[in-house]
Design a protein around this ligand. Structure first.
Ligand SMILES: [Zn+2]
Length: 215
């Protein structure tokens, strides 16, 4: 029996944990292979550091966090923040993503929501959906959100609720790998709890993550 593959496409190197981290850890425990693709190194968070220095820090953090959730590895596309659409055209990223989807034959793909506050997140949503549609993949494509308190874009679409009660601790541990993102971490950590508890209460779990089906 071939292994079930799960793909994640996100803008920056902590989104994959902030968004679907608990779910990914759960799938990994179930024996599924998780592959994460990150568009940018996220250098702009530390303008005072040399580009190479912050790049290395963020790559190392992403690898550490991936080990926490027992993922199968992270890959960076090296896109500059704020220039996702132009640069992905320039680098022909669409055909790269189509190839990845065709090669990995995932059962599920996770990416950013369409109405995220962060422009890079919305751009990833657009780029991934376009590539997905051209890939003829049969995978379920799901949206997660990082910054938005409420989701409006896909609220009429089917919803997937994942009970992450058993992996919520792993999600927190993975989040703590992103030491360079301490400000965002503190800002978001509250909402990570609130969301997990809220989705949990609404769906009769202790902690839950909720995703909306895009395709
Ligand atoms: Zn982000």
């Amino acid at each position: 029996m071939s292994k079930e593959n799960i793909l994640v496409f996100c803008a920056h190197s902590d989104d994959q944990i902030f968004g679907p981290g608990g779910t990914l850890a759960k799938y990994a425990k179930e024996g599924k292979d998780i592959y994460t693709y990150i568009f940018s190194y996220g250098q702009s968070t530390h303008p005072h550091l040399k580009k190479e220095v912050i790049t290395k820090i963020r790559v190392d953090e992403a690898i550490k966090a991936d080990k926490e959730i027992k993922g199968k590895g992270v890959r960076f596309f090296g896109i500059t923040e704020g220039r996702f659409i132009e640069e992905s055209i320039g680098k022909n990223l669409e055909s790269e993503i189509i190839n990845i989807i065709k090669r990995k034959k995932p059962s599920k793909i996770f990416t950013h929501n369409a109405d995220e506050a962060h422009g890079d997140h919305r751009d990833v949503n657009k780029i991934v959906i376009e590539a997905f549609d051209k890939s003829n993949s049969k995978a379920d494509l799901y949206a997660f959100d990082v910054w938005s308190p409420v989701t409006l874009a896909y609220r009429k679409n089917p919803k997937m609720v994942v009970d992450i009660s058993k992996t919520f601790k792993i999600k927190l541990k993975a989040l703590k790998c992103f030491k360079s993102q301490i400000v965002a971490l503190i800002t978001l950590l509250g909402s990570v709890y609130v969301k997990a508890i809220k989705h949990g209460l609404l769906n009769r779990h202790t902690f839950a993550e909720v995703f909306y089906k895009i395709r």
